[in-house]
Design a protein around this ligand. Structure first.
Ligand code: NCD
Length: 299
C-alpha cells in the first residue's frame, strides 16, 4: 500500500517536523514543478470553499495534472459502480493522488485500501481533517515557536468537529495543554477526549489560554439543536467583552467557515490577534508539502 494521509497519527513527529520545514521553504520560495505530470483527482462529496480551493492551488502550483470530480459526475453515485471499482479505474488511467472529502467517517480509508496510489483525507464526517490540523499547528508554531506548555482552548461544537479531533491529536502529541470548552452536549466523553481537559465555562479559560480555536456549530451533523442559539451566544460567543479579558499575546483562530453572530461577533474580525487569514494562507503551502511528501518521499 502506498503512503496516504487519513489522520494525523499516520505521520511521525519527525515527519510532521519535516512537513513544516518544507512548508516554510515553500513560503519563502515557490518550489519548481515537484509534481510535474502527476495526475491528481479531487473528489468532494460535501461542500467546501477553503479546502477545495487550497488543494487545487497546491496541486496546480506543483505542476500536477488536476481533475475535479463532482459527486454527480461519479459513476458510483448513480450507475451502481462500487468505490473499489472506481479507484481501480482511476489507477488504470495513471491517477496517483486522490483527495477526498466525504460525509461518512472512514470513507477515505476505504478508498486508500483499494487504491494503488495516495489518498489524502480532506475531511470525513466528524472523524478527521489532517491537513487542517497541520495548518493550525503550523500557525501556532509561527506565533509561539515552542508549543510545549502552551494552553490551547478549542471552543464550541467539539463533538461534531473533525478539525477539533485531528488538531487536538496533534497538539497533545506536542505537549500542549488542550482544553475543550463548550456546553456538555457539544463535548466528547470517554476515550475521545484523549488527554485533553474539559471545561464548561469559557470565561474561566480566557485569562489562561495562549490561543483559542473557535468552532462552527456543525448543524448538518445532528437533528435538533440541543440548546437555543441565545443560550449558546450568552455563554460561548467571543465578543468585545470577552476579548478584553484575554492575555495580551493571545491569538484567536478558526478553521472556517465562521458564523458571525454565533461563535464570534465582528469585533473578533478586527482583533489584532485574529489569525484566520494566516491559517488559510499557510493551508496552501502545507498541502503542497503533504502532496510532495506522499508522492516523492522525504528528500
Ligand atoms: C471545516 C470542515 O469542513 O471540516 N472547515 C474546513 O475545512 N476548513 C469546519 C466546518 O465545516 O465547520
Amino acid at each position: 500500500m502506498r503512503r496516504s494521509l487519513i489522520d494525523l497519527d499516520d505521520l511521525s513527529a519527525h515527519e510532521i517536523e519535516y512537513l513544516f520545514e518544507r512548508t516554510t521553504a515553500f513560503e519563502r520560495k515557490a518550489p519548481s514543478r515537484l509534481l510535474d505530470g502527476v495526475a491528481c483527482v479531487n473528489m468532494f462529496f460535501e461542500q467546501s470553499t477553503r479546502t477545495y480551493t487550497s488543494f487545487n492551488l497546491a496541486e496546480l502550483r506543483l505542476g500536477a495534472q488536476v481533475v475535479n470530480l463532482a459527486p454527480k459526475d461519479l459513476s458510483l453515485a448513480t450507475k451502481g459502480e462500487t468505490v473499489e471499482d472506481t479507484v481501480i479505474t482511476l489507477a488504470a488511467m495513471g491517477v496517483q493522488v486522490l483527495v477526498v472529502r466525504h460525509p461518512e467517517a472512514g470513507f477515505p480509508k476505504r478508498l486508500a485500501m483499494a487504491f494503488d496510489g495516495h489518498v489524502v483525507n480532506a475531511g470525513d464526517g466528524a472523524h478527521a481533517h489532517p491537513t487542517q490540523a497541520l495548518l493550525d499547528i503550523f500557525t501556532l508554531r509561527e506565533e509561539f515557536n515552542e508549543l510545549r506548555g502552551l494552553t490551547v482552548a478549542i471552543v464550541g461544537d467539539v463533538l461534531h468537529s473533525r478539525v477539533a479531533h485531528s488538531t487536538m491529536l496533534g497538539l497533545i502529541g506536542l505537549g500542549v495543554d488542550v482544553v475543550l470548552v463548550g456546553p456538555e452536549c457539544f463535548l466528547p466523553t470517554g476515550h475521545a477526549i484523549a488527554g485533553a481537559r474539559i471545561e464548561r465555562d469559557l470565561d474561566a479559560v480566557l485569562e489562561h489560554a495562549h490561543a483559542l480555536i473557535l468552532l462552527r456549530i456543525q448543524r448538518e451533523r445532528f437533528e435538533t439543536m440541543p440548546l437555543t442559539d441565545a443560550e449558546y451566544v450568552a455563554s460561548y460567543r467571543l465578543d468585545h467583552a470577552r476579548l478584553s479579558r484575554l492575555r495580551p499575546q493571545t491569538i484567536v483562530m478558526h478553521p472556517g467557515p465562521y458564523n458571525r453572530g454565533m461563535e464570534l461577533d465582528d469585533s473578533v474580525l478586527e482583533f489584532a490577534g485574529w489569525r484566520y487569514a494566516r491559517q488559510v494562507m499557510h493551508g496552501v503551502y502545507v498541502r503542497m508539502a503533504v502532496l510532495d511528501f506522499l508522492v516523492n518521499g522525504q528528500r
